[in-house]
Write a protein that binds this ligand. Structure first.
Ligand code: THU
Length: 123
């Protein structure tokens, strides 16, 4: 529900594809975010990373889950860049995804499932 609410704050004038994300911490706190696009398209930041960067820079370290909501048949799946950051900073989090039209129909994945054999440390 926090991700659905966060989606309303998406800044997506180019793609019009609004995504909301919400992280649940071990302590029960919810930190949400939404995608922010740029006229220089490549600078766009996904909802998942906005939420994660907010949470990390507010001092949160332990995440139980991240919910991601967008108007996508089936459900929106996190992009590769977000999967990488989740593997590094929220490896234990469950990933809950849902279509905003059917927010109660949640699909659940683990980070390991979405990004096996992740690169997580600089050798
Ligand atoms: N987007 C996200 O916010 N999360 C994803 O997992 C995939 C894509 C955003 C980025 C961009 O603003 C728009 O969706 C279209 O790619």
């Amino acid at each position: 529900m926090a991700a659905l609410k966060a989606r309303e704050r998406a800044v997506a004038p180019y793609s019009k594809f609004k995504v909301g994300a919400a992280l649940l911490t071990r302590e029960g706190k919810i930190i949400s975010g939404a995608n922010v696009e740029s006229a220089s398209y490549g600078l766009t930041c996904c909802a998942e990373r906005v939420a994660l960067f907010k949470a990390l820079t507010e001092g949160h370290k332990h995440f139980v889950a991240i919910a991601v909501v967008a108007r996508a048949p089936g459900a929106p799946m996190p992009c590769g860049a977000c999967r990488q950051l989740l593997a590094e900073y929220a490896s234990q989090a469950q990933i809950w995804v849902a279509d905003s039209l059917l927010p109660r129909k949640i699909k659940e994945f683990s980070v390991q499932e979405l990004l096996p054999a992740a690169f997580v440390t600089v050798p």
